[in-house]
Design a protein around this ligand. Structure first.
Ligand code: SAH
Length: 455
């Protein structure tokens, strides 16, 4: 059979949906065409650049009609920068699109037709929300620049103020740049792995307003490093920790394994719902503290605990959800595969004087079946897997142990829907609630928390 769409075809298209990377999706006789730089509601003329069996990609030749959801992006770097993808859509429309996306996928992939999706929990301030920023140090035409990568490239664009970062970050970056120029410090060259200063990472505790600054270098010597730390701190007395991190790898990973404290505290401490979490240069921590608290509180509400329950928290990271659960459960077991995260989780339990949470370093797909075999009977299972979702062995073990409730936190609606389908097709569970949460304004990502109860 002839393909509906062929390479180099020119077609008119209504953009009807938002793809995972923020691109527009048009439907041509029910065939999905992905088109960058378009927004749902646009009418465009596109040239087909890729034609596959199940989808195609197209490039805009002409914008025939502009979507009403559009706005001029507030950030002047939006067109080039690879950071935000949908700043050209008004925030309230971004929220609506994300909510629809979750709803459509739950229906289409999960097969749940009668489930009401709750309104998305949006941000009060959709800018300046990140508590962590990683910037690239480079040289353009012999001049030192600090910025971000261009879309789909390793070319750096100088950025003096990133609107989703904290306001003070720009002064910190300026301070580092001045130091590099003043002391003629070498700048890292990504092509041949030479030079010294690679990145500047800034982390902030939302609770205390304190900052940690990390200068990443391709070598252990950083000229006048103590002077740099002193200058930064003099410019901002909320900087309580300055590190040099050493990364000699010729790769796109930002941080290396070794960190040298140049000034102040080893850690900064953030709080979620009254619990403290230590942040060190290498710790994983959710980047939007305000929305994280809302997401976790929703998960907690869905668990509805009464201090009697054993709860298993799968993919527990640094123990954030586990420790919140521990305050309301009899016992919590967190399972996490990454060792430093487990170490952080145990330390976080300690600083919060929580004794009824323990953490196991293992893959969820290995550990949960083992615990079930050993007779553990959790009343509630919470899961927060990475984007790939759960291994089938995890779902099988859940169906075998049959907890009263399952609360699933997901960063990818399609894998969530796939997993929910498996859990509910068994006839054991009913999907009771679905709430999308916006953790990353101006990007196409959406987080979702759902509650399943015994059928
Ligand atoms: N619940 C945590 C972390 C969620 S991110 C929080 O909200 O902060 C997902 C976590 O799953 C990461 O910490 C990752 O290291 C871990 N992970 C990935 N694959 C895993 C697996 N197969 N088994 C257990 N943990 C895994």
């Amino acid at each position: 059979m002839d393909k509906i769409i062929k390479l180099n075809d020119e077609i008119e298209l209504d953009i009807v949906d938002l793809g995972d990377a923020g691109e527009g999706i048009g439907k041509y006789e029910n065939f999905a065409v992905f088109v960058e730089d378009t927004v749902p509601g646009d009418k465009v003329l596109v040239k087909i650049t890729k034609a596959k069996k199940s989808f195609a990609k197209g490039q805009v030749i002409k914008l025939i009609k502009e979507s009403e959801l559009r706005q001029d992006a507030p950030c002047k770097y939006f067109e080039d920068c690879g950071g935000c993808q949908i700043q050209n859509i008004k925030y309230e429309n971004q929220l609506k699109l994300k909510e629809n996306k979750v709803s459509n996928i739950i229906k289409r992939i999960g097969g749940f037709t009668g489930v009401e999706i709750n309104p998305i929990i949006g941000m009060e301030n959709s800018f300046r929300y990140r508590n962590k920023g990683a910037f690239v140090v480079s040289k353009i035409d012999g001049k030192v620049v600090i910025g971000l990568y261009k879309k789909k490239s390793h070319e750096v664009i100088p950025v003096d103020d990133c609107l989703i970062q904290d306001e003070k970050v720009k002064d910190i970056l300026e301070g580092v740049k001045k130091h590099i120029i003043k002391f003629d410090v070498k700048v890292y060259n990504r092509k041949n792995n030479s030079g010294l200063v690679r990145n500047v990472v800034v982390r902030k505790s939302e609770a205390t307003g304190e900052y940690m600054v990390i200068i990443v270098t391709n070598g252990s010597k950083l000229p006048m490093s103590k002077v740099l730390a002193k200058t930064l701190v003099e410019g901002n007395d909320k900087i309580v920790s300055v590190y040099q991190n050493i990364n000699k790898k010729h790769s796109s990973e930002i941080l290396g394994e070794d960190s040298k404290l140049l000034f102040g505290q080893e850690k900064i401490i953030d709080e979620i719902d009254g619990l403290k979490f230590e942040i060190s240069p290498l710790s994983f921590y959710q980047v939007n503290s305000v929305q994280t608290e809302k997401l976790y509180k929703k998960a907690l509400e869905y668990c509805n605990l009464s201090r009697e329950e054993l709860v298993i928290d799968l993919y527990s990271g640094i123990g954030t959800i586990s420790l919140l659960l521990a305050r309301e459960a009899k016992e919590v077991i967190g399972i996490e595969s990454v060792k430093p995260a487990v170490v952080d989780a145990r330390q976080n339990a300690k600083i919060n004087n929580i004794e009824n949470a323990r953490f196991m370093r293992a893959k969820a797909e290995d550990k949960l079946p083992e615990l079930v075999k050993d007779g553990f009977k959790p009343e509630v299972i919470v899961l927060d897997p990475p984007r790939v979702g759960c291994d089938k062995k995890v779902l099988d073990a859940i169906l075998e142990v049959k907890p009263e409730k399952i609360v699933y936190v997901s960063c990818k609606p399609s894998t969530l829907a796939r997993d929910l389908k498996i859990l509910c097709e068994s006839g054991e569970y009913t999907l009771e609630e679905v709430t999308p949460v916006d953790m990353f304004g101006h990007s196409a990502h959406v987080e979702t928390v759902v509650k399943l109860i015994k059928a």
